[in-house]
Design a protein around this ligand. Structure first.
Ligand code: PHB
Length: 605
């Protein structure tokens, strides 16, 4: 039976709450420690650094990282372990269950455009605040926070907005955390509180700000994080009047003061809050909804199977390894997958860790609050296994229990989201390009359109086959390259026609297509067949084949190619041998991009 008490918010800065219960799954505790350590370190550590930072034995670090790599949650690259984008599916489960980002992101982005200032959404997390969305503008001059970053409530603008409703018990927990961690060491996302900093001095100051926030309906942060950084926050309420998140506008003392910020911006921010609250009203109470942790209703039976909407990657190739290994399927097929992995890897695969992590993916949109039975059903795990995993997660503060149902807490975002939400497509693609280049023994690259050119944004070279040296940023005329043709073919008709009309088609070799009609036909074919092969049109002796990279909406955002000397293979061999490898690897890039891009904006370049 699940315990029936409600998880106390606890000190948000701390990773775990005391001695684990006897039923806790020890390998899951270790796996979470490894993921948290990597997250706080920015995403990458050597295995020996990981050993030192976690205090785990080297053999344990090896098994845990090996299992996480098998799950696609991290990449082992020589001596380093690096978090990989697929890990974001855990945080995605929380954000999907919360519903707020999906409903409110667009309004935050519009406000950021209107004001040309950064705008964020944050939720309360214990006595801290955690960001669930960042619409970043004017990047210069200030530290900017990431989705999943946790800040001490008293050093922020949303903090007093949330603390306006705190109980005495919550104030007591906050005071205890302040005493235990006076320098904010438990908040790796913020600069430590300095003696000379503008950090608030004690409870009175924060309590006063919370009281004013209650009266006025807004609060400011006057350089409490770092000199120059100022912010204004307003509460966003659900139709029942409960505060569900805070909307902040972040500015700099070179543009505003703590007094001028509310004077100038309050009407705009209030209008956005009103629009957000209307949206929440129209969205209606979901079966699970956006209600704060601990306050919801159980999900009705008949939820959609886990994984709906997000395509499962076809496979994952660990860097440094030869053949692709199967990526974990949606949780429904988990039991078979972990069983097969165990058979293949033996002691090096920690099944209980894989199962424990997968429990989090049982949650999602319209599956916010689940019973033990529902978690077991969604994951295919035995009830006893699911129960022990949930007990472990609850102990660590990632799952809250109320009235027999479990929910994810904002802390789930601490499993990789801060560094991974800043990933770019070139970063996502690079390990895949390396795997592809290794398999086909030729160079692989990623490029985007830049004006009438293609511009290289990532590249893994095996040998130099071109007379010019290609580096990042190198441009070539789009019409004469395979990646360019893929990108041109992906444009809407009108834009494609406009580009073709204005581009001068110069013969770069005797084989370059220079008649617009021929090029238009070639692009139609690329669109039909889903790839472009360009033979000696850019440079004699050079052949390349490219396919598009599509985002979650199916838009072509980049292209990947393999380039080779024309004498290495016939055109037919290139299509028969290289194209399937290229397509398979790009499917893996897209799978990563779609997981990473579900709630974070991933730049294509
Ligand atoms: C932010 O979104 O970066 C932010 C918001 C509120 C603060 C500080 C920073 O008080």
């Amino acid at each position: 039976m699940p315990p029936s008490r409600t998880t106390p918010p606890g000190a948000a800065g701390q990773a775990a709450g005391g001695v684990p219960p006897a039923e806790a799954v020890a390998p899951l505790l270790r796996g979470v420690a490894v993921l948290r350590t990597l997250t706080d370190a920015g995403g990458t550590l050597s295995l020996s650094e990981l050993e030192r930072a976690t205090g785990l034995a080297r053999s344990t670090v090896d098994r845990v990282t090996g299992t996480l790599a098998r799950m696609g949650y991290l990449r082992l690259d020589g001596r380093d372990a690096a978090l990989s984008p697929r890990l974001m599916e855990l945080g995605n489960s929380y954000l999907a269950a919360l519903r707020l980002p999906g409903l409110l992101d667009g309004y935050a982005e519009e406000l950021a455009d209107e004001l040309d200032e950064s705008v964020s959404l944050a939720v309360p997390d214990g006595d801290g605040i955690r960001f669930i969305h960042q619409a970043t503008r004017r990047r210069t001059m200030s530290l900017s926070f990431r989705i999943g970053d946790l800040l001490p409530a008293e050093r922020t603008a949303p903090g007093p907005v949330f603390a306006a409703d705190w109980t005495e018990a919550q104030w007591a927990r906050w005071a205890a955390r302040r005493d235990a961690d006076p320098e904010d060491r438990g908040f790796p996302g913020v600069p430590p509180r300095g003696r000379d900093g503008r950090a608030p001095r004690g409870r009175d100051d924060f309590a006063g700000r919370a009281a004013r926030a209650r009266d006025r309906g807004w609060a400011v942060d006057d350089q409490l994080i770092e000199p120059g950084l100022i912010a204004l926050a307003l509460p966003v309420r659900d139709p029942d009047g409960r505060v569900v998140c805070a909307l902040s506008v972040v500015s700099h003392t070179s543009r505003h003061s703590a007094d001028s910020l509310p004077e100038a911006l309050l009407p705009h921010v209030r209008a956005t809050v009103a629009a957000m609250e209307r949206e929440l009203g129209e969205a209606g109470p979901s079966p699970a909804g956006y209600t704060p942790v601990g306050g919801g209703t159980p999900t009705p039976a008949g939820y959609t199977p886990v994984g709906g909407g997000t395509p499962t990657p076809a496979g994952y190739t660990p860097v440094g390894g030869g053949t692709p290994t199967p990526t974990p399927p949606a949780p429904a097929g988990l039991a078979a997958w972990t069983g097969a992995s165990k058979q293949e890897l033996g002691r090096e695969f920690v099944e209980s860790l894989a199962r424990g992590l997968t429990v989090l993916t049982a949650f999602g949109e319209d599956r916010e609050a689940l019973t033990l039975a529902a978690v077991a059903r969604a994951t295919g795990l035995a009830r006893a296994t699911a129960r022990r995993a949930l007990i472990t997660w609850e102990h660590l503060g990632y799952v809250a229990v109320a009235e027999g149902t479990f929910r994810l807490t904002p802390r789930v975002l601490a499993l990789g989201f801060p560094p991974l939400s800043r990933t770019t497509l070139p970063q996502i693609a690079t390990p895949h390009l390396a795997a592809l280049a290794r398999r086909v023994h030729d160079s692989a690259s990623l490029a985007v359109l830049a004006g009438d050119d293609v511009q290289y944004t990532a590249r893994v070279a095996t040998s130099r086959i071109m007379s010019v040296n290609i580096t990042l940023g190198t441009r070539f005329p789009a019409y004469a390259t395979s990646m360019g043709r893929v990108l041109l073919a992906g444009l809407p008709d009108a834009e494609r026609a406009a580009r073709l009309a204005r581009t001068e088609l110069r013969p770069l070799t005797p084989y370059t297509l220079t008649r617009r009609r021929d090029l238009a036909k070639a692009l139609d074919r690329v669109r039909r067949e889903g790839y472009a092969l360009v033979d000696e049109e850019l440079e004699e002796g050079l052949r390349s084949i490219a396919v598009p990279v599509r985002d979650r909406d199916g838009e072509v955002v980049a292209a990947v190619n393999v380039a080779m000397h024309s004498s290495r293979r016939s055109v037919a061999e290139c299509v028969a041998g290289v194209l399937p490898e290229l397509r398979a690897e790009v499917a893996r890039i897209e799978a990563d991009l779609h997981v990473a891009g579900r709630f974070a904006r991933i730049p294509a370049a």
